[in-house]
Design a binder for this molecule. Structure first.
Ligand code: HEC
Length: 129
C-alpha cells in the first residue's frame, strides 16, 4: 500500500511538472539544447545576451522563420522534421527569454506572420541557388 501511494505521488508530481514547465522549455530540452547550451558549430548559446541581442532585434517573426527554415549550421526545424512551426516558435521564445528578451508564446496572429516570413525566406534562398 505504501509503495502504491508513493507511486501515485510520483505520477502526480511528474504529471504536474509538465504543466508547470512552459512547453517551450520542454521542446528546447528535447530538440535544441544539444547545440544551444554549449554553442556547437557557433550556435548562439542560451544565456549569452551579447550574442542574442542582435538576433532579438530582428523581431520574433523573422528570427523564428529564419531558424525554422535553417541557417548555416542551424538545421531546418532544429533537425526534427516533424516539429511544427508553433512548437519551434515556443522553443525560440524560451531561448530568447533566457537570453535577455521578453517575447510571448506566439498567438494566431504571430504564427501567421511567421508563416509569411518562412515563405519569403524560402523564395529568397531558392533565388540564391
Ligand atoms: C545541430 C545543432 C542545432 C540544433 C539541434 C538547433 N540549433 Fe539553432 N542554431 C544552430 C547553429 C549552429 C546556429 C547559428 C547559425 C549561424 O548563424 O551560423 C543556430 C541558430 C539559431 C537561431 C538564430 C537564427 C538566425 O537567424 O541567426 C535560432 C532562432 C535557433 N537556432 C533556434 C533553434 C531552436 C528553436 C532549436 C530547437 C527546436 C534549435 N535551434 C536547434 C544549431 C542548432
Amino acid at each position: 500500500m505504501k509503495l502504491f501511494s508513493t507511486l501515485i505521488a510520483v505520477m502526480l508530481t511528474f504529471g504536474s511538472s509538465s504543466t508547470v514547465f512552459a512547453n517551450g522549455e520542454a521542446i528546447y530540452k528535447q530538440v535544441c539544447m544539444s547545440c544551444h547550451s554549449s554553442g556547437v558549430a557557433r550556435a548562439p548559446k542560451v544565456g549569452d545576451k551579447a550574442k542574442w541581442a542582435p538576433l532579438i532585434k530582428e523581431g520574433q517573426a523573422i528570427l523564428t522563420a529564419h531558424g525554422y527554415v535553417g541557417v548555416r549550421g542551424m538545421p531546418a526545424k532544429g533537425g526534427k522534421p516533424d516539429l511544427s512551426v508553433e512548437h519551434f516558435a515556443q522553443a525560440t521564445v524560451y531561448m530568447v527569454n533566457q537570453s535577455g528578451g521578453a517575447w510571448k508564446d506566439p498567438d494566431v496572429k504571430m504564427l501567421k506572420a511567421i508563416d509569411v516570413e518562412i515563405e519569403a525566406r524560402k523564395i529568397e534562398l531558392a533565388k540564391k541557388k
